[in-house]
Ligand binder design. Structure first.
Ligand code: GDP
Length: 294
């Protein structure tokens, strides 16, 4: 994960490691290299500039402890700044409600259906009684896919293959949940290959009618800057509560993970690192920063 970014930041920090003390000159060149590494990793320019300005200020403003070398100090400051950039602390999803409804949104292929099943499995392991609702009405294969995954994780899937009204299906799923003592309904919605008005309207309508306690936006981290732009558009329409970053097991550069919080001001809540049902993790900004710093 983020190999190229990690090695570039490591290289930038190494140049300081041999130095006796922090000076404006050696910090400036290290910070410049870090900024370049972030931009190469697809971090939005403004975000890269603001985080590296902050690293420089902290490095020059902080007393260098005798015991800490400039290199170590910089590693610590960069780690703190990257953690902050990604939101600081882990944020949980809200599962309050009877039943609580979790709405899953995103483009087609982002990993919504896979994530819906993973989340169902994750919540089931916490002894929650979960129902999956198949509301991707345009891709008949999506319903079958969710059914297969639901069976795999042992969670019931509610679907109405003949019904083309996503709002109605979602409402009926909630009624079904109430009757069957299910405490959480995960609603998998339709996506398109690109943002289109009809898709946005439909998901807005679903959201307005089911009043979710949590709306999660799923995005493929491999799409870099596009991931951030798509997040922005979805957030303007849906005002979602959190982001799920998928495909972090691929050769992704890191820009989406690092920029989304700063650009959209919504936390990343989960990361997906593979196709298997177990490949799901909560998002800890400090752990991710540590990973980037190697
Ligand atoms: P949807 O159209 O948004 O519902 O996307 P799907 O859940 O169908 O996922 C699209 C493809 O990406 C499928 O082949 C999934 O197996 C795959 N996929 C989903 N999440 C991940 C992930 O975290 N890593 C990898 N490598 N593949 C994933």
């Amino acid at each position: 994960m983020f190999e190229s970014l990690s090695s570039k930041i490591d290289k930038a920090l190494k140049t300081l490691k041999g130095q006796g003390k922090i000076t404006e000159i050696n910090v400036a060149s290290t910070v410049k290299e870090i900024r370049k590494a972030l931009i190469d990793a697809d971090v939005n320019y403004k975000v890269a500039k603001s985080v590296t300005d902050s690293i420089r200020e902290k490095a020059l403003g902080r007393e260098v402890l005798i015991a800490v070398s400039p290199g170590q100090l910089l590693v610590k400051i960069v780690s703190e700044e990257l953690t902050e950039l990604m939101g600081g602390t882990k944020e949980d999803i809200n599962t309050k409600g009877d039943p609580a409804v979790i709405l899953i949104a995103g483009l087609q292929g982002s990993g919504k259906t896979t994530f819906s099943a993973k989340l169902a499995s994750f919540l089931k392991k916490q002894n929650k009684n979960v129902l999956l609702a198949a509301c991707d009405i345009y891709r008949p294969a999506a319903i079958d896919q969710l059914k297969v995954l639901g069976e795999q994780v042992g969670v019931e899937v509610y679907s109405e293959p003949e019904n083309k009204n996503a709002v109605q299906i979602a409402k009926n799923a909630i009624e079904h949940a109430k009757k069957n003592n299910k405490k959480i309904v995960i609603v998998d919605t339709a996506g398109r290959l690109a943002i289109d008005e009809q898709m946005m309207k439909e998901i807005e309508e679903v959201k307005a009618s089911v009043k979710p306690s949590e709306t999660l936006f799923v995005v493929d981290s491999m799409t870099g800057q596009d991931a951030v732009n798509t997040a922005k558009t979805f957030n303007e329409r849906l005002n979602f509560d959190g982001v799920v970053l998928t495909k972090l097991d691929g050769d992704t550069r890191g820009g989406a993970a690092l920029s989304i919080r700063a650009v959209v001001d919504k936390p990343i809540k989960f990361i997906s690192t593979g196709e298997k049902m177990e490949a799901l993790d909560l998002f800890y900004p400090d752990r991710m920063a540590q990973r980037i710093l190697g």
